[in-house]
Design a protein around this ligand. Structure first.
Ligand code: FES
Length: 275
């Protein structure tokens, strides 16, 4: 189905934000935009992006099939993503997924018959400190369990919009996709949701207490950059002390050439035979 004039006009506005000659950089937001209209990246959406950006269908498809946020089948109003990666799995993420899958009667990347809910396994959602988590249209519900997750989804099926633990109030997949395309969220309440939670603050305090730093490239400034955290870097040699023991462990590696010697001998023998 052809894209609407509204979508085409929005696409033109997005492309205009990029410097001349770099319009192809607008591909990611454009894919979200076409997804907002069709619920997934359709063949027509690929055609539209290629035409609008002056690139090939193959280039568009390569991107659209690489990133999991671009869907190849229509998503329902509510995309429920259950993290089943390590931290969440250890704390019950698999059980949450199994409960929702059983109650909804769908598996990964499938949508309920009424078109409301799409369920998916998700890789780490970058909220391990709130594990296990699920998101609905990319808004977080923290520290869920099978029962609370079931109640969230039941509320969605009743037409309600349960409040996420953090961030903006829920909006539909189409609305969220338009925001991901870079279009503004018109809701005044969108910026009023709860921000960072206690687990993140606790983690920050732990790293500060432990003088944790992230080494910069080639021994440069810490990658996390805050000048106040550069001081602990002076303690790094002490922590690096075990590295001095490395040569001892590396000793066997020096023995490797000795093992290689017979091979050289074999080649010599072979070459001799061959001559
Ligand atoms: S493993 Fe689930 S948020 Fe990181």
């Amino acid at each position: 189905m052809p894209l609407t004039e509204e979508t085409r006009a929005a696409a033109a506005d997005i492309i205009a934000q990029y410097p001349a000659g770099h319009s192809r950089s607008a591909l990611l937001p454009l894919l979200h935009l076409v997804q907002a209209e069709d619920g997934c990246v359709t063949a027509e959406g690929v055609e539209f992006c290629a035409s609008a950006l002056g690139i090939t269908h193959a280039e568009v498809s390569a991107v659209a099939t690489f990133y999991t946020m671009y869907k190849r089948r229509p998503v329902g109003d509510w995309l429920v993503s259950v993290c089943t990666n390590l931290s969440c799995a250890l704390l019950g993420g698999e059980e949450v997924y199994a409960r929702l899958s059983r109650e909804l009667g769908v598996g990964h990347d499938q949508t309920t018959a009424d078109g409301t809910i799409t369920l998916e396994h998700a890789e780490c959602l970058a909220a391990c400190d709130y594990a296990p988590v699920l998101t609905v249209n990319y808004e977080f519900f923290d520290q869920v369990d099978p029962q609370s997750a079931s109640e969230i989804v039941e509320a969605l099926r009743r037409g309600e919009r349960p409040a996420p633990t953090r961030g903006a109030p829920l909006c539909t997949f189409a609305e969220a996709s338009r925001q991901l395309a870079g279009l503004p969220d018109p809701r005044p309440e969108a910026a009023a949701g709860p921000g960072v939670g206690d687990p993140s603050i606790a983690g920050l305090l732990v790293t500060d207490t432990a003088d944790a730093t992230v080494a910069g490239p080639a021994g440069g400034a810490p990658a996390n950059g805050a000048p106040a955290r550069s001081t602990p870097a002076k303690a790094a040699p002490a922590k690096a002390a075990p590295a001095k023991a490395a040569p001892a462990k590396a000793a066997p590696a020096k023995a490797a050439p000795a093992k290689a010697t017979p091979a050289k001998a074999a080649r010599t023998d072979d070459s001799t035979k061959g001559s």
